[in-house]
Design a protein around this ligand. Structure first.
Ligand SMILES: O=C(O)CCC(=O)C(=O)O
Ligand SMILES: [Fe+2]
Length: 290
C-alpha cells in the first residue's frame, strides 16, 4: 500500500468500500489483491523477527502459529500477538476495513507458512474455527495460489476444524494447474456452486513479495485454495493469472517468458479465531485441577 495508498476515511465517508480498487475483477467474489502492501524495509524486518525456534515441520512446508496453536476444540488461549506482527500492518488492515465484520474486529491469530522451492499446500478450505476472512502477506519469493471450486458433493459436509494443518478438502494429490486447465477453464455449471459458476475456474492468483491478499465471504467459504509443489510457475500471462492487471510489476514475469522461478516464500496469514478463552480462566482451571 506504500505505492497505492488509499484514504479509508474518505472512502467510508463517501460510502465507497476502501477495498474496492483492489478487487480481483476476473474472479468470483471476494478476493482483493494489494501489491506493495509493505515496504522492502518492512519485509526485511519481518523476515528477521520470525523466530527460528518456533517452526513445526510438515510434509511440504514449515509452519508456526502465533500467539499459539488452537486447542482441539478450536479455541484460542487469549494472548496478544507479538508486536512485530501487529505494527504496522494491523492499522493498515483497519484502513481497509478487512476485519470490520468479524467478532473481534481485528486479527487475533497468525499462521506463518514457509515454502522452500518446490513445496506447496494441497487444496483446502480454512474452515469454521475462524471468521470468514484471511489476510495474507507474502514475503520472499513469488508464488501462485490456485483457486478451485469445491468437489462435487462436498457442499453440506460439515467443515472440520481448521487446525494447524488446515482442512484438506480433496483427497489424493494436489492437481496442478497447467495450460490445458487454463484454456478450457470455464466452469462446468454442474460441477460448481453458486457464484463461482460465472467465472473462470480453476484460476491462479500470483502473489508477489510484499503483497496482501484478502480472501473473504464467499471466496473463503465456497472455494478451495492451494499451492502446487513445483519449482517453476509457468505460462503466466493476463489470461492465466486472475490478478495480472493489478500486479505490482507484471514485467518481471513477462521478461522471464511467463515463468516464475520459485524461491523460498513465507506467508503471514492473519485470522480472527471465533472462540477465545481468557488466560485467567485457564490459570484458574489449572489451579482447580491440582
Ligand atoms: O501460504 C499461503 O498463501 C496459503 C496458506 C494457507 O492456505 C493457509 O495457511 O491456510
Ligand atoms: Fe488456507
Amino acid at each position: 500500500m506504500q505505492g497505492t495508498s488509499i484514504n479509508s476515511q474518505e472512502g467510508s465517508r463517501s460510502g465507497v468500500d476502501p477495498r474496492e480498487q483492489f478487487r480481483i475483477q476476473q474472479m468470483p467474489p471476494n478476493f482483493y489483491y494489494v501489491p506493495n502492501f509493505i515496504t522492502p524495509e518492512e519485509e526485511a524486518s519481518l523476515l528477521q523477527k520470525i523466530p527460528a525456534h518456533r517452526w513445526v515441520t510438515l510434509s511440504h512446508r514449515r509452519l508456526q502459529a502465533h500467539p499459539s496453536t488452537l486447542t482441539k476444540n478450536n479455541t484460542l488461549l487469549g494472548a496478544p500477538l507479538p508486536p512485530y506482527l501487529v505494527q504496522p500492518v494491523v492499522d493498515r488492515f483497519k484502513m481497509l476495513g478487512i476485519f470490520d465484520h468479524t467478532p473481534h474486529k481485528e486479527p487475533n491469530h497468525v499462521l506463518i507458512n514457509e515454502y522452500k522451492r518446490g513445496e506447496g499446500i494441497m487444496p483446502h478450505e480454512d474452515g469454521s474455527a475462524y471468521a470468514d476472512v484471511v489476510a495474507t502477506i507474502s514475503l520472499g519469493g513469488s508464488i501462485c495460489l490456485e483457486i478451485t471450486p469445491k468437489a462435487v458433493g462436498s457442499e453440506g459436509e460439515p467443515r472440520e476444524s481448521a487446525t494447524i494443518s488446515n482442512t484438506p478438502a480433496q483427497k489424493g494429490p494436489t492437481e496442478h494447474l497447467n495450460e490445458e486447465h487454463m484454456n478450457e477453464a470455464l466452469v462446468d455449471e454442474s460441477k460448481s456452486q453458486g457464484p463461482a459458476s460465472q467465472y473462470r475456474l480453476p484460476t491462479r492468483i500470483l502473489q508477489e513479495p510484499r503483497s496482501l491478499l484478502i480472501t473473504t465471504s464467499s471466496a473463503y467459504v465456497d472455494l478451495l485454495h492451494g499451492i502446487a509443489s513445483i519449482e517453476v510457475d509457468e505460462n503466466l500471462n493476463k489470461d492465466t493469472v486472475a490478478n495480472w492487471d493489478i500486479l505490482g510489476d507484471s514485467s518481471v514475469f513477462e521478461d522471464a517468458g511467463g515463468r516464475n522461478e520459485r524461491a523460498t516464500r513465507i506467508s503471514l496469514t492473519y485470522r480472527d479465531v471465533l472462540k477465545v478463552s481468557s488466560a485467567a480462566n485457564k490459570v484458574l482451571g489449572g489451579l482447580g485441577r491440582r
